[in-house]
Design a protein around this ligand. Structure first.
Ligand SMILES: Nc1ncnc2c1ncn2[C@@H]1O[C@H](COP(=O)(O)OP(=O)(O)OP(=O)(O)O)[C@@H](O)[C@H]1O
Ligand SMILES: [Mg+2]
Length: 458
C-alpha cells in the first residue's frame, strides 16, 4: 500500500493541543483506498508515534519526515506528535504516507499558513500552482526480435501461433532441442494485434504499481511479453510479498506469458497458474486485506518431450527411462494441461528446408489475425468478451454449431481421446478461431479436424 496524493483539510489554529487531518490515497492491489492521516500535536515529551497498523517501512517514515520538515525550512515540533492512520484494520505499507504525515505535522503545528517557500506548501495554499504533469508521448512501437519468416519449416506450429494470437488460446510446443520452439514463441509478439487504449492503460497500471514503467514513456505501446526463468518462485510468478507486488502473470496482462522449458518449473509453481488461467485475475490474501491483480494473458509454453530431449526423434535415440519420462511430463498436471488449447509437436526440420525461400512474414499473418479479431469483435459486441478463447458455454453452443457429419467426427474424438467436457468446449473454440481466420461464418469439418490436430498429447 502506498500514498499517492495528499489533500489538507482545515482545522483549528495551533493551541496547546491541535489536530490535523490529511487524506491520503493508498493502493491495495490496483484499487485505490482513502486513508486518513490524523496528526495530533500535544504538550509532552518530544516524540513521534505512528499508530494504525503501519508496517516497518511506515514506522521508518518517522526519521525521514523529521529530516524533511527541518530541511524544508520548518520546525519540527518539540512536542508529542501522534499520527493515526485510519482505517485501523488495514495494514499500511510502504513509504507513500510520508508527504501526508509531514503536511499533517505542519498543519497541526500551525506552520502551513505562514509565508513559506517550499513549493508543495505553496501549491496547497494556492499561491503557486504546481504545473500539471503532461501526459508523455507513447514510445514508438518496438521492433520484434523474431519474424515468422526467420523460421524454416514448422508450418503447423506457425498455424498454431496464428490461432493463439487471433483467438487468445494457450499453446504448448513440444519437440527435440534446436527445432525452433523458443524462436516460435519469440515471434508471437510480432503477430499480436496492437493494444487498444483501455488495454494499454490497464497493462501500464500493473507495470506502474510494480515500479517497472519508464518515466519517459509510462504507457505501454506493445503487448507485454514476459518470460520468467524456470527457477522462478511462486511469489515472482503470481505475486505477493509485503508490500504486495504483482507477479509475472499480471505483468503479462493483455500480453503473453512465455514459459520456456516449462517442465523444469516446479510443479507447485505451475499449479498456481490455474487460478489466473481460469479467472483472468489473481487474488493475494494476506493479513490486513486481499489484493487482486488482473492476469489476462496468452500462455505460450515450450518443452522437450523427455529429459534428454529426443523421445520420438527420427534421428537420435532417447536415453531416458520410462519413469523419467513420466515424471518429466507429469510436471504439467492434467488440470493445467486441460487449460492449454493448442499442444503442438515441433519436429526436426530437414536440412534441405533450412534454406527455403518465400516464407510468409509476420506482417502477412498479422493481417489475418486482425481480420479474425474484427469478426470476433462484431460477433461479441453485445458481451464483455473479445476473443473466442473466452466464449461461455452458451456462446460455444450458439457460435460453434457444426453439421451432423462434423458432430460425428467430434463424438469419435471425444471418445478416443477421453476428452473432458472442458476439453470438448475448448476444441470447439479453437475450431471457431480457425474458421474466423479463414473468413467463414460457420465452423466447418476441416476447422474441427485442424483443432484436433493442434491438440496432440505431449
Ligand atoms: N526452424 C528453424 N528455422 C531457422 N532456424 C532455426 C530453426 N530451429 C532452430 N533454429 C536455429 O537454432 C537456434 C536454436 O533454436 P531454438 O532456441 O528456437 O530451439 P529450441 O527448439 O527452443 O531448442 P531447446 O529445446 O534446446 O530449447 C536458433 O537460434 C536458430 O538459429
Ligand atoms: Mg528453447
Amino acid at each position: 500500500m502506498s500514498c499517492a496524493i495528499a489533500i489538507t483539510a482545515p482545522d483549528r489554529p495551533a493551541t496547546a493541543r491541535s489536530v490535523a487531518r490529511v487524506t491520503a490515497c493508498a493502493l491495495w492491489g490496483l484499487e485505490t483506498a482513502l486513508v486518513t492521516v490524523e496528526v495530533d500535536v500535544a504538550n509532552g515529551l518530544p516524540a513521534l508515534v505512528v499508530v494504525g497498523l503501519p508496517d516497518a517501512a511506515v514506522q521508518e517514515a518517522r526519521e525521514r519526515v523529521r529530516a524533511a520538515v527541518r530541511n524544508s525550512g520548518f520546525e519540527f515540533p518539540l512536542r508529542r506528535v501522534t499520527v493515526n492512520l485510519a482505517p485501523a484494520e488495514r495494514r499500511k505499507e510502504g513509504t507513500g504516507f510520508e508527504l501526508a504525515i509531514a503536511l499533517g505535522i505542519l498543519r497541526a503545528s500551525g506552520q502551513l499558513r505562514v509565508d513559506v517557500t517550499a513549493l508543495v506548501v505553496d501549491h496547497l495554499e494556492g499561491r503557486a500552482r504546481a504545473a500539471p504533469t503532461p501526459v508523455p508521448p507513447r514510445a514508438a512501437a518496438p521492433r520484434h526480435p523474431v519474424d515468422l519468416a526467420d523460421i524454416a519449416g514448422q508450418e503447423t506450429p506457425k498455424r498454431a501461433l496464428e490461432i493463439a494470437a487471433a483467438g487468445g488460446h494457450n499453446v504448448l510446443f513440444v519437440g527435440p532441442p534446436g527445432t525452433g520452439k523458443t524462436m516460435l514463441a519469440r515471434a508471437f509478439e510480432s503477430i499480436l494485434p496492437p493494444l487498444d487504449d483501455s488495454e494499454a492503460l490497464a497493462a501500464s497500471a500493473v507495470h506502474s504499481v510494480a515500479g517497472l514503467t519508464d518515466p519517459r514513456h509510462p504507457v505501454l505501446t506493445a503487448r507485454p511479453f514476459r518470460a520468467p526463468h524456470h527457477t522462478a518462485s511462486h511469489l515472482s510468478l503470481v505475486g505477493g510479498g509485503s508490500p504486495p507486488r504483482p507477479g509475472e502473470v499480471s505483468l503479462a496482462h493483455y500480453g503473453c506469458l512465455f514459459l520456456d522449458e516449462v517442465a523444469e518449473f516446479s510443479r507447485s509453481v505451475l499449479d498456481t497458474l490455474r487460478e489466473p488461467l481460469e479467472e483472468h485475475s489473481i487474488t493475494i490474501s494476506r493479513a490486513g486485506g486481499a489484493a487482486t491483480y488482473p492476469a489476462r494473458f496468452v500462455l505460450v509454453a515450450a518443452m522437450n518431450p523427455c529429459p534428454c530431449g529426443f523421445w520420438g526423434d527420427a534421428e537420435r535415440e532417447c536415453t531416458c527411462l520410462p519413469e523419467q519420462i513420466e515424471r518429466y511430463r507429469g510436471k504439467l498436471s492434467g488440470p493445467l494441461l486441460d487449460r492449454i488449447d493448442l499442444r503442438v509437436h515441433v519436429p526436426r526440420v530437414p536440412f534441405g528446408r533450412l534454406r527455403d525461400e518465400g516464407r510468409e512474414s509476420s506482417a502477412d499473418v498479422r493481417e489475418r489475425v486482425l481480420a479474425a479479431r474484427e469478426r470476433m469483435r462484431v460477433r461479441l459486441a453485445a458481451t464483455s468478451r473479445r476473443v473466442n478463447a473466452d466464449l461461455t458455454i452458451a456462446e460455444v453452443k450458439r457460435f460453434c454449431a457444426v453439421d451432423s457429419e462434423t458432430e460425428g467426427l467430434l463424438a469419435e474424438a471425444v471418445q478416443a481421446r477421453r476428452l473432458s467436457a472442458r476439453g470438448y468446449h475448448r476444441l470447439l473454440r479453437v475450431a471457431r478461431t480457425a474458421a474466423d481466420l479463414a473468413g467463414c461464418e460457420s465452423v466447418r469439418a476441416e476447422d474441427v479436424a485442424f483443432a484436433l490436430l493442434l491438440r496432440s498429447d505431449p
